[in-house]
Ligand binder design. Structure first.
Ligand code: NCD
Length: 319
């Protein structure tokens, strides 16, 4: 179920963003250009775009950046925000209500629903009954489409292009939903090469890897960091998703996939390090001041990309 220029995922004209499946390169460029425009608009003009609209945020899993950037984006566009943080405890989920029912009901109050949930795939089906746009703000170990959009936006802003780049994704590729969505979006760009760097038990799920390859993404397993890092344009580092591990054995070898001054020295001068954050110990803070460390700029870009997505799905340009 998707959104954007394609008709996929439309129900009575409602466009959702619950998965990156079905997105087009044009959708990505439209949002990136809109994000660029919105970041230059005066505050008063911005606040007219979604004036009087109500955005609901429902977070069934913890979040700092995603929720606050969505809420800030909505407020800056002039919308009101209602919501439930820790929705597992503080909503009718506690009484066993399904996501589909939540979408129906909250969709009668709000003009869009931003939702983070622990189930990887229920959101796609549940969104099909929603009368307003549903935006996936992270679904279990499955997908995190708006993070992928801000990741690609960051690559584009930092390096001036997306096509033809060599991107290494490192860390927990099994449970890391941001990587799943990012790779599914990168496959839309010609000439992208992806190298996978991960502990033995935390590789990309096999069906996902097969599908991405079948759809034309050049995907390869990486060797030693000393061989791979000097050849990358983007190093996308991720946190081990400890809360999702099924056994502590899955952590074996994880300490090799950290970035410190030694790894930094291996990267080309033009390369960029991205990370969806939060970081734990996989990037040494000593790296933060290097101009190649783009993760704090990336988090800021999230505000503008989320503004663009809300604005587009809700017709902030007056549609
Ligand atoms: C990510 C997430 O929630 O998947 N965080 C985020 O949205 N910025 C990454 C993570 O939790 O590791």
């Amino acid at each position: 179920m998707l959104t954007g220029a394609s008709e996929t995922g439309r129900r009575g004209g409602v466009r959702h963003l619950v998965t990156t499946d079905g997105l087009t390169r044009e959708d990505v460029f439209r949002w990136m250009r809109l994000a660029q425009t919105l970041r230059t608009l005066p505050r008063g003009v911005l606040a007219q775009r979604l004036a009087g609209r109500v955005i609901a945020t429902l977070f069934y899993e913890p979040s700092t950046r995603t929720r606050l950037s969505f809420e800030s984006a909505a407020l800056k566009l002039g919308a009101h925000v209602v919501g439930a943080e820790n929705a597992v405890e503080n909503s009718s989920a506690k009484k066993g209500e399904t996501l589909a029912d939540v979408f129906r009901i909250v969709g009668a109050y709000a003009d869009a629903i931003v939702v983070r949930h622990h189930e990887p795939y229920t959101m796609v089906e549940a969104a099909s009954v929603a009368p307003v746009p549903i935006i996936n703000a992270g679904a279990g170990w499955g997908e995190h489409p708006t993070q992928a959009m801000l990741d690609v936006y960051t690559i584009w802003r930092e390096l001036g292009r997306v096509e033809g780049l060599h991107v290494a994704v490192m860390g927990d590729l099994k449970y890391g939903r941001t990587v799943h969505s990012l790779l599914n979006v990168l496959r839309l760009f010609p000439g992208i090469r992806v190298t996978l760097l991960h502990p033995p038990s935390l590789g990309l799920p096999e069906t996902m890897a097969q599908r991405l390859k079948a759809e034309g993404l050049q995907l390869q397993e990486g060797g030693p960091l000393a061989d791979v890092l000097p050849r990358v344009d983007v190093l996308y580092q991720t946190r081990i998703q400890r809360e999702r591990l099924t056994s502590q054995d899955e952590l074996d070898g994880a300490s090799q996939y950290r970035i410190g001054p030694v790894e930094l020295a291996l990267l080309p001068a033009h390369a960029r390090i991205l990370h969806p954050l939060p970081r734990v110990d996989e990037i040494d803070p000593a790296v933060d001041d290097d101009p190649r460390a783009a993760y704090f700029r990336q988090a800021e870009n999230g505000l503008y990309m989320r503004m663009a997505i809300l604005d587009d799905l809700l017709g902030g340009d007056g549609r």
